[in-house]
Design a protein around this ligand. Structure first.
Ligand code: CTP
Ligand code: CA
Length: 223
């Protein structure tokens, strides 16, 4: 498989991708976030655009850039902002791929001023963020829906549970069990799970993983 494929297998298709972390404000200068780099989502966006797709890339804070003319990059900060942008477009897309590391919780109240330290501990109340991917599953009309999962125990069972609960067509299970895979790295170790079964891959570049994902999506949408 040529990862720099110039075959226009996604010509005429619109692909929506979420990428990167979300930042949930605590006060004007602080937030709750995570170490997602956005590399996987940007790699999928580049690969889809290279195959002819029109791409809507909705990304949390990341230093990554993209220059492809068919990638519309929308930068957001919080999970709620990502949610709002996703559902501006979702009804009209052919494929949606949720690679973002969305914060599960956000502070219940954002302090208007920088929180001053006091003599004792600080408690921040958190409320649950909307599950963007689960909502995409609920609102699915004809989209091919791909999720990601990162598990530290019962990996396949938990990922399969997400596939079913969120009404996905495919889930990409990221394995942490390799030093070269995951957050901030340039490589990933993944398994793809569909209702047909499970496919395991070796450690590869995020570009090569992106190519594998699109290959599966293309096969899946032909069914
Ligand atoms: N996701 C999302 N919105 C959220 C949380 C997760 O869209 N609020 C998406 C992620 O982009 C990913 C998938 O759901 O594609 C699974 O995310 P993950 O964090 O592994 O699962 P959760 O459902 O949040 O469950 P948990 O963190 O408890 O394992
Ligand atoms: Ca989560």
């Amino acid at each position: 498989l040529n990862i720099y494929s110039d075959s226009q297998s996604f010509a005429g298709k619109t692909v929506l991708i979420t990428a990167g972390p979300t930042y949930e404000a605590i006060d004007p200068v602080r937030f709750i976030g995570n170490h997602s780099s956005g590399k996987m989502g940007f790699a999928i966006a580049e690969a889809a655009a290279a195959r002819g797709a029109q791409v809507i890339l909705i990304s949390g804070p990341t230093s990554l850039q993209t220059g492809h003319e068919r990638i519309q990059l929308i930068r957001i900060t919080s999970a709620q902002e990502m949610y709002d942008q996703v559902f501006r477009f979702y009804d009209t897309v052919d494929v949606a791929i949720a690679s973002a590391a969305v914060a599960d919780y956000a502070p219940a109240n954002v302090a208007a001023q920088k929180i001053k330290k006091s003599d004792s501990h600080l408690t921040i109340e958190l409320i649950k963020n909307p599950d963007i991917l689960a909502e995409m599953g609920l609102r699915k009309n004809n989209q091919f829906l791909v999720g990601f999962a990162l598990e530290t125990e019962n990996e396949e069972e938990n990922a399969r549970g997400k596939l079913e609960r969120k009404n996905l067509d495919m889930i990409v299970l990221n394995s942490l069990s390799d030093a070269g895979a995951g957050f901030g790295k340039d490589t990933n170790l993944v398994k793809f799970i569909t209702s047909d079964g499970i496919t395991e891959f070796g450690l590869k570049s995020k570009q090569a993983v992106a190519a594998d994902i699109l290959e599966f999506v293309q096969q899946g949408t032909l069914k």
